[in-house]
Each structure stands twice: as structure tokens, then as C-alpha cells.
Design a protein around this ligand. Structure first.
Ligand code: COA
Length: 373
């Protein structure tokens, strides 16, 4: 990979955290000390969210209670449903979530003495309701019930989306993906959320900041952009020539590269296996084979590796999820990491306010308006 360019706070240590390690030698990617491999193999997303927010793995009773609690926090205020109905059907689902979270903060504001943990759990539990209430209202005119009998967020999401109990493999695949997306140290959206929290703003404002920052294609939006890329190609050889052409034109290939990792993204290996498993389950390997060829070309031509967003795209498509909901799923998951960081920032707060190198003009003498050219 080419040497890092200056700017973008690359390699700057901007604060401390005890929540996760990302690409630290000898540690890899860990959440509160637990490796991402162990979490993806043994934990559920709810267990992971509890670990991130409350700082320890839940025991059996705590996990059951936490899942029950989250399941009981899915209903939305009537006023918020009306707002969701008023949004245009052309709204990007990320804008729906940004608006929905912000509006929830008006209906259930964080007041003095409010428990920030309760708000974190409410947001994790109700984001799918916001998103899919809007989705069904605008896609088919139906006002869905935002509660289901499924106590996993992954299963609940798929059940609300498709209107029936999900295939077990799909539910497990989505659950693993939520675990992988939950936390990633000082990534752009988490850092932005911490900046907002550092001004002593409220939790909803900090999470809304995170959503706005995640939306861009260089960050969370890359999973949607990667899907659009993969779907352009009818097969692996078309993908190979197409990618080579894009590289000649110096285009960015979405779902590749990373600011912190230089050799590989440990999350990508896990989601790649899931993409393969889901493809084999449906008996259609076409998206997977196109993705694999793109990955080979990127490694060969640019020494760039797939990041988490790349194989998440085909995995989500195989679960029947529309592309425009890919980045919102990232929000549902990352709300756990953002919340943990907001709580941590508040516990050791100092206003985040860096300096800038000034590159503007030397002091100028004042020019009255009638003498200006
Ligand atoms: N496709 C093509 N070239 C890429 C690339 C990609 N996905 N990612 C990096 N490069 C190139 C850059 O153009 C740059 O080349 P140059 O020095 O000739 O200009 C070089 O590799 C170094 O990259 P740099 O811009 O310094 O990386 P960064 O740390 O600023 O950016 C990302 C990191 C993630 C924003 C960047 O890799 C990217 O844009 N990836 C695509 C979007 C994406 O997948 N985002 C999700 C991240 S999890």
C-alpha cells in the first residue's frame, strides 16, 4: 500500500479509551478485551452490546433480562410515527434514522437526572422500528406493528422487514454482522459523537452526530456503494476488466482499504465466510464469485484488502435486504459502540477542541465598501 498522506488526523492519538483496541500489535481487534473472533463465534449481538455499554459480559440471567428489556423498548411514540409518515418516500433511510433519532430526543428528552444507559438501550432497541415503520409505510402504505415475538435484534429486524419469521441462517448471519459492526475505537463517527458529547450536549445529539458522519461513502456508506459496484458486473471476468478500468481512471473502489489496518481487516475474514455460507445456502454463488475476483484484483494491483463493508454487501443481499438499508443496519449496531464512547467521554470529560495551522492571508488593512473592487 502507498505511504500515508498527511492530514485527516492520520496516526494522531486523539484521546484514551478502554472500550476497544483496533489493530494494536499483539492484541488485534478486541471489545473490552475480548477478541472479535470469540465474540463472532460465541456471543450474540445483545451480549456484545451489554459488554460494550455496561463494561462486562452478562451472565445468563443478566442476558435474558437484557434481551427482555430491549424487546420491551421497541414501541414508538405516536407523534414520531406521524413524523415518519410525513417524510418523503424518496428520503434516504439514513436520513430517516437521523431524523427519527433526533425526533425521539424531542419526545423523550434526556433531562437532568435521566439515566444515560436507559437512552442507549432505547436507541438500540427502537432504531429498527423507526427505519422499518417508515419503510413499510412508504413502500406499501401499511402501518406495521413495530413489535415482534423475536427477542434478537437481528431476528426482529428481518421479521419486521420481511413480515415472517426469518430463516435461522439469515438471523445468525445478521447477528454476526451486527457484532462486527458494533465498535471500532476512534473511527470518524465515534470520534464525532465524542466531540458532541464533550460539549456536554445530550445523548441524542451525540448519536445523531454519529449517524450523519457514518452516512458518507468513505465510512459506513461504503457497504451500499460496494453493492452497487458488485452488481454492475455479470460475472468474474467482466468484474476483472471493469475494476482494472476503474483503477486506470484512478477511481476509488468501495469496500477496500482502511485508515488503521495495513495488511487486512480482521472482520472481513469473518463476514467473507458468512457471505460464502449464505451463497451456498441459496445455491447462487454469482455475487460471491464476482466479489472474490474483485478482491483478487485489488490485492494484485493495489495491495489493498477488503474491509468489513465489502463482503457485508453480498451477505446482506443474500438475506433479501434492500441496498438502501445496509448503512442503517450499521447504525443499529454501532449505536452500542457510540453509546459506550459517549458514556466514557462523559466520565472523563474535557472539551475536544484542537488547534489548526492557519494557511490564510497575513493581516489586511480594512477596505471601506465603496473602495472594494
Ligand atoms: N480504491 C482505490 N484506491 C485506494 C483505495 C480504494 N478503496 N483506498 C485507498 N486507495 C489509495 C488512495 O487513492 C491513495 O493513493 P494515492 O496515494 O495515489 O492518492 C492510497 O491508496 C492511500 O490511501 P489514503 O487515501 O491515504 O487512505 P486513507 O487512510 O486516507 O483512507 C479509506 C482510508 C478507507 C477512506 C480509503 O481506503 C477509501 O476511500 N476506501 C474506500 C471507501 C471504504 O471502503 N470505506 C470504508 C472504510 S471501513
Amino acid at each position: 500500500m502507498a505511504t500515508k498522506k498527511p492530514g485527516g488526523l492520520a496516526e494522531v492519538v486523539a484521546g484514551q479509551t478502554a472500550i476497544s483496541t483496533v489493530g494494536k500489535e499483539g492484541r488485534g481487534l478486541t471489545y473490552r478485551g475480548y477478541s472479535i473472533d470469540d465474540l463472532a463465534s460465541h456471543a450474540s449481538f445483545e451480549e456484545t452490546a451489554f459488554l460494550l455499554i455496561y463494561g462486562k459480559l452478562p451472565n445468563q440471567a443478566e442476558l435474558q433480562q437484557y434481551k427482555r428489556k430491549l424487546s420491551g423498548l421497541r414501541r414508538l411514540p405516536a407523534g414520531l410515527l406521524t413524523i415518519l409518515e410525513q417524510l418523503p418516500s424518496s428520503t434516504h433511510p439514513m436520513d430517516v434514522l437521523r431524523t427519527g433519532v433526533s425526533a425521539l430526543g424531542a419526545f423523550e428528552p434526556e433531562r437532568e437526572g435521566h439515566d444515560q444507559y436507559e437512552i442507549a438501550d432505547r436507541l438500540i432497541a427502537s432504531s429498527a422500528s423507526i427505519l422499518l415503520y417508515w419503510h413499510h409505510f412508504h413502500a406499501g402504505g401499511s402501518r406495521i406493528d413495530t413489535e415482534t415475538d423475536n427477542d434478537s435484534i437481528a431476528g426482529h429486524f428481518l421479521q419486521l422487514l420481511h413480515g415472517h419469521r426469518p430463516n435461522e441462517l439469515h438471523e445468525k448471519g445478521l447477528d454476526v454482522s451486527l457484532i462486527l459492526y458494533a465498535e471500532h475505537e476512534f473511527n470518524a463517527s465515534t470520534f464525532a459523537a465524542r466531540v458532541t458529547a464533550s460539549t456536554l450536549s445530550d445523548m441524542y445529539s451525540a448519536v445523531t452526530t454519529g449517524i450523519g458522519t457514518l452516512r458518507g461513502h468513505l465510512h459506513g456508506g461504503a457497504n451500499e456503494a460496494a453493492m452497487e459496484l458488485i452488481e454492475q458486473f455479470a460475472g468474474p471476468s467482466e468484474a476483472e476488466s471493469g475494476i482494472l478500468q476503474m483503477l486506470r481512471e484512478k477511481k476509488l473502489i468501495m469496500g477496500f482499504g482502511h485508515r488503521v489496518y495495513s495488511v487486512s481487516d480482521p472482520r472481513s475474514d469473518i463476514i467473507k465466510k458468512w457471505s460464502r455460507k449464505l451463497s451456498e445456502d441459496t445455491g447462487d454463488l454469482s455475487l460471491y464469485l464476482v466479489s472474490e475476483r474483485i478482491e483478487q484484483i485489488m490485492l494484485q494491483e493495489k495491495k489493498l484488502f477488503a474491509n468489513l463493508d465489502f463482503y457485508s454487501a453480498s451477505a446482506y443481499r443474500l438475506m433479501g435486504i434492500p441496498t438502501s438499508l445496509f448503512t442503517p443496519i450499521f447504525v443499529i449496531s454501532r449505536t452500542s459502540g457510540w453509546s459506550a464512547h459517549i458514556i466514557e467521554q462523559r466520565a472523563h470529560n474535557r472539551l475536544i477542541r484542537p488547534n489548526a495551522d492557519y494557511t490564510g492571508s497575513d493581516p489586511l488593512s480594512w477596505t471601506p465598501i465603496d473602495q472594494r473592487v
